[in-house]
Design a protein around this ligand. Structure first.
Ligand SMILES: Cc1cc2nc3c(=O)[nH]c(=O)nc-3n(C[C@H](O)[C@H](O)[C@H](O)COP(=O)(O)O)c2cc1C
Length: 232
């Protein structure tokens, strides 16, 4: 639906629209979890953000991944680079749920109990949580569930359908290729090439577009510790 309602003279060129989704672009993560029997699962997701060492993960409540997180409380947030898009796409429209929920079946989702195998990614043990890491992803964030926040409680039609999982990142592994040369703990944003999902399509990042005043702050200023807030 496209309308030209409202006073367009206030913001020239703008129209009022009603998009079905508001996915304006976020990094893709491959979330690994285990169920109560220890069976691993891997799911692409992109509703993720970080504040300090807290990550917030937005997930459909009916996914196997959400069930696993509620049951076992641990995950690894594997971050694929743009070069691994084919592996991510191979497990798009799959679920470990059996039977496949009707709404997903209607959209062409199929049951896949071995997401690692289907993606062509290698499960390797994590150090402090039970779910495995995806060896080929340049970044692995081992994390533990802190709190589960139901979303959309103001909307009876949506209530209970989506959850925000607040997790604490306990351990970070990065491939040498994305580490800032000459540093022990820093990621080089010129080398780290995340895979971005925007309105259901895959993108990479372009080069830097501007000098950054924020980037003049020493990264260590953000390190969580006594007397610091985890906020940016
Ligand atoms: C690139 C990509 C991003 C996705 N982002 C999300 C997301 O942020 N949240 C979500 O619930 N599902 C997301 N999905 C859909 C899930 O992968 C899908 O629900 C899947 O069936 C979950 O698998 P599971 O049931 O085995 O956990 C995304 C899918 C793809 C391919």
């Amino acid at each position: 639906m496209t309308t030209t309602s409202g006073d367009t003279s206030l913001a020239p060129g703008h129209v009022t629209v009603d998009p079905a989704i508001l996915y304006f672009g976020t990094p893709v993560a491959l979330l690994s979890t285990v169920d109560a029997a220890g069976r691993p699962n891997l799911a692409p997701m992109s509703s993720v953000f970080w504040l300090g060492h807290t990550a917030v993960l937005g997930l459909g409540a009916r996914s196997q991944t959400a069930r696993n997180l509620r049951e076992t409380g641990e995950c690894v947030i594997n971050l694929p680079s743009a070069g691994q898009v084919a592996a991510v796409d191979r497990i798009a429209r799959t679920t470990a749920r059996d039977p496949v929920p009707a709404r997903k079946a209607a959209a062409g989702y199929t049951h896949e109990p071995d997401k690692f195998g289907r993606a062509g990614l290698t499960p390797v043990p994590a150090e402090v949580v039970a779910p495995p890491r995806a060896a080929e992803c340049p970044v692995h964030l081992e994390a533990r569930l802190v709190h589960t926040h139901p979303l959309g409680r103001d909307d009876p039609a949506a209530a209970g359908g989506t959850l925000a999982f607040e997790v604490r990142v306990l351990r970070v592994h990065v491939h040498e290729s994305v580490r800032l040369p000459g540093t022990a703990h820093r990621i080089d944003p010129d080398r780290w090439r995340p895979l971005i999902m925007s309105f259901q399509q895959f993108y990479g990042l372009g080069p830097r577009v501007h000098a950054s005043r924020l980037g003049e702050i020493d990264e260590e200023w953000y390190r969580p510790g006594p007397g610091t807030s985890p906020a940016r």
